[in-house]
Design a protein around this ligand. Sequence first.
Ligand code: GAL
Length: 678
Amino acid sequence: MTAPQWLRRPAGAAPRISFGADYNPEQWPREVWLEDVRLMREADVDVVSVGIFSWAKIQPTADEWRFEWLDEVLDLLHANGIGVDLATATASPPPWLTARHPEILPVNAQGETVWPGGRQHWRPTSPVFRRYSLALVDRIATRYADHPALVAWHVSNELGCHNVYDYSDDAARAFRDWLRERYTTIDALNHAWGTAFWSQQYADFAEILPPRLAATHPNPTQQLDFKRFSDDALRAYLRAERDVLRRHTPDVPVTTNFMIMGETKGMNYAGWPADVDFVSNDHYVLPGPQAQDELSFSANLTGNIAGGRPWFLMEHSTSAVNWQPVNVSKKPGELVRDSLTHVAHGADAVCFFQWRQSAAGAEKYHSAMVPHAGPDSAVFRSVTRLGATLRDLAPVAGAVREKAPAAIVFDWESWWAAEADSHPTNRINYRQEALDWYSAFLNLGIRADVVPHGAPLGEYALVVAPMLHMLSAAAAKELRTYAEAGGHLVTTYFSGVVDEHDHIWLGGYPGALRDLLGIRVEEFAPLLDAEIVRLDNGLTGTTWSERVDTADDVSALARYTSGDLAGYPAVTRRVADAGSAAYVSTRLGTAGLTRVLGDLAAAAGLASDLPASVRGQVELVVRRNGDARYAFLINRTARPVTVAGVAGRPLLGRVAGGVVELEPRGVAVLHCAPTPAP
Ligand code: GAL
């Protein structure tokens, strides 16, 4: 039997956008549980994640098992019509386990032990940890396999959040096994790692260590492979828990919460969906001018990682978090807009961390659905409003994301490789560059999918691959095929520079893309912080510049006008058979990229989906269920915005005479698409 790809629901249950939270009843006395379920019903909550940090409560000593409290919680939730995404409780090992087996504790690159006291203090590769954790998973699965509240399994929690890089002896052993598998022979490894440099040649796999604290920069390919290995080790652990669960309940879907957000960099999530039945993601807003764009970018990437199918927003916050330097509360409208932006990009469940704000512990200042002030509060009122809104959006449940006309390619390996040490500059910010391009698309009102590297590109009229630093020969060929078949490719500085082993493509940069772009760069010219370069179209560049020599069939869309590069091309475009390949050689930032992208999109035949009057102020995303299309209009601003020329029946918001009035940070959802009125 194959597990379903969404929550297990009673036969005949009406489709809906699910709503809920992490629920941690172990922090509260029983009387509070009764109030909890009453309020959950009031807010229209239908799913909660339970047991995430309950290991010590379930197994207080090595030989004791206490399930009665959890039985009661699950029964209570079920009696109130609330489904349970039941955690395997393995995220944070209890003190008795680490006291008995300190060898499960991670070790950092400096050789320091990561002690208990926080959470997630376990080595992904520890056989001892795995023995205990899988025994716990087995017990939980045995006990709750047939519980009617169970709608999904939640493996661990945010795998790799704090323990992605472990440099222990267990990790060293597992790393060697992983390398043997990858390279077969030590000669192949020596070649890939370029060990002729600095006398690093290995005679045997047994000599290899993780890239622990070294006298100076450790071998770059060793560092890169350690990142790949660490990601794989977490996935292997995920599969180990999943397989125990599947043995007990082949018909219950298994998920785990990814962390596609902000600077979370260690997990290459492109591969993870293969290991779960449906994708879940956690997202927390990083305050700043691009906060809403970043949220949309992450949700968009999550939706595309999920293959366009609906996914589960497992955690976000009703208001402030507790782990930023300054934890700002959400502004009016943000709680709903944040939630609905995720829904627009394919989330069919909207959940928060957490249900009730903790009274004690490290997260007591983190917002929740029921704040310290209690239900008589603005936050809880917004929560119940959101519950009602999600009810109204039930027709959207199950709808897939409609493909956009353009795409941004996102590649975790290029992120790792581009930001490695010992580079031309340490000011490279891979994700920021990708996000700036995304903001440019939003500013122009052109829809773009954020897709993982390797996703099929053929259907996109325009593809931006920002800083695609690491390119195999095969991947470079695919980009060429895309462009020659009529696609319009755009790429930037520091793309196509190294192969999959982090070896330079020789003969002039960017070696892997030189012919396609029709350019050749002999030397990079990174900029100091205070330096800028000027372009003849009035834009300025920061961070990076370079002298670009072009082939005869390349046009310069902009040229440098300042410094030593004056007169040389800054932005180029070459017609490649039916398509084209363009290159941006400096960092232009959001405003600059909006200008450049406007020209490139026009050349690719792409027009905005939005009327000119609201371009840049509104994000448009479309989901589709068969013939039914649902257009989400999201006000990116803190001002009211009026969108004219709109056709459709509103599920959310008001349309009068073809005009939608969006409140500040407001969202409207229309059945059927708005008619573009450029
Ligand atoms: C997540 C985690 C939750 C909670 C939340 C706070 O990383 O999964 O348990 O700690 O952050 O923002």
